[in-house]
Write a protein that binds this ligand. Structure first.
Ligand code: ADP
Ligand code: ADP
Ligand code: ZN
Length: 224
C-alpha cells in the first residue's frame, strides 16, 4: 500500500463534469477540492483586489495569467486541510502552470499521484454548459443541469437549499471561446502527463454514477 498524500488532478474541458465528480470524490476520499475557477468567482463577487484583477479574463472566457494562478494555488495549498492531499479542478490549464505546480510540489518534497482526464466531445460540452445551473452558496457550489441533472426543487439546491444561478460565462459566445482556449492551451497537458506516465483517461459521456465508479477504480489502483 502506497502511503503519502493523494494529490490528484481532475482534468478535462469546460463542462466535462469535473466539479460534479470532485464534490463526490472529496466526500469519499476526505481530501479537499481546489477549484481555481471557484476561487476566482468568489473573489469577483466579493469585489476583492484579486477579483478586480481576474474579472475581465473570466468574463471573456480567456485565461487568467499563469503567475497569478500559481500564486492563488500556492496560498490555497498552505491551508492545513491539504496535508492529506487534494483534488485539483481546473488547474493546471497551461504547460507553464503544470511546470510551476511541479516546482511548488517538489519544494515541499511532494508530487502528483495521478491525472484523471475526463473526455467529452465538444457538442456535448456545449449542451452541458448552456444548461448548467450552480448553487450560489460558496461552501457548496453544486452543479445541476436543467435537463440532465435537475434539482428536485426548481431553482434551489438539493444539498443546501441555496439558490441556483446561471454563470455569466456559460453563454454561447463565451463557451465557444472557452472551448477554443481549451483546445489551444490546455489540451497539450494530456501529452505532457502521458509522457510522465501518470495520465488516466476516462470516457466522460456516460452517467454521472458510472463515471464516478470509473474514477474511484483508478484512484483505488493508485493507492494500493
Ligand atoms: P469550467 O469548470 O467551466 O471549466 P472554471 O470554473 O474552471 O470553468 O473556470 C472559469 C474561468 O476562470 C476560466 O474560463 C478562466 O477565465 C478562469 N480560470 C480558472 N482556472 C484557471 C486557470 N487554472 N488558469 C487560468 N484561468 C483560469
Ligand atoms: P466542469 O466542472 O468540468 O466544468 P460540471 O461538473 O460543472 O463541469 O458539469 C457541467 C454540466 O454538465 C453541469 O450542468 C452538470 O450538471 C452536467 N453534467 C455533469 N456530468 C454529466 C454527465 N455525466 N452527463 C450529463 N451531464 C452532466
Ligand atoms: Zn448547494
Amino acid at each position: 500500500m502506497k502511503s503519502g498524500p493523494l494529490n490528484l488532478i481532475l482534468f478535462g474541458p469546460p463542462g466535462a463534469g469535473k466539479g460534479t465528480q470532485a464534490k463526490q470524490l472529496i466526500e469519499k476520499y476526505g481530501i479537499p477540492q481546489i477549484s481555481t475557477g471557484e476561487i476566482m468567482r468568489e473573489a469577483i463577487s466579493s469585489g476583492s483586489e484579486l477579483g478586480k484583477k481576474v474579472q475581465s479574463f473570466v468574463q471573456s472566457g480567456g485565461l487568467v495569467p499563469d503567475k497569478l494562478v500559481l500564486d492563488i494555488f500556492q496560498s490555497r495549498l498552505d491551508k492545513p486541510d491539504c496535508v492529506k492531499g487534494f483534488i485539483l479542478d481546473g488547474f493546471p490549464r497551461t504547460i507553464p502552470q503544470a511546470q510551476g505546480l511541479e516546482e511548488i510540489l517538489l519544494s515541499r518534497k511532494s508530487t502528483i499521484t495521478g491525472v484523471l482526464a475526463v473526455m467529452v466531445p465538444d457538442e456535448d460540452l456545449i449542451k452541458r454548459l448552456t444548461g448548467r445551473r450552480i448553487c450560489k452558496n460558496p461552501a457548496c457550489g453544486a452543479s445541476y443541469h436543467v435537463d440532465f441533472s435537475p434539482s428536485k426543487k426548481n431553482g434551489f439546491c438539493d444539498q443546501c437549499n441555496g439558490e441556483l444561478y446561471q454563470r455569466k460565462d456559460d453563454s454561447f459566445e463565451v463557451i465557444s471561446n472557452r472551448l477554443k482556449v481549451y483546445h489551444d492551451q490546455t489540451s497539450p497537458l494530456i501529452e505532457h502527463y502521458e509522457g510522465k506516465k501518470i495520465l488516466y483517461k476516462v470516457d466522460g459521456s456516460g452517467k454521472i454514477e458510472v463515471i464516478f465508479q470509473k474514477l474511484c477504480d483508478i484512484i483505488n489502483g493508485l493507492t494500493h
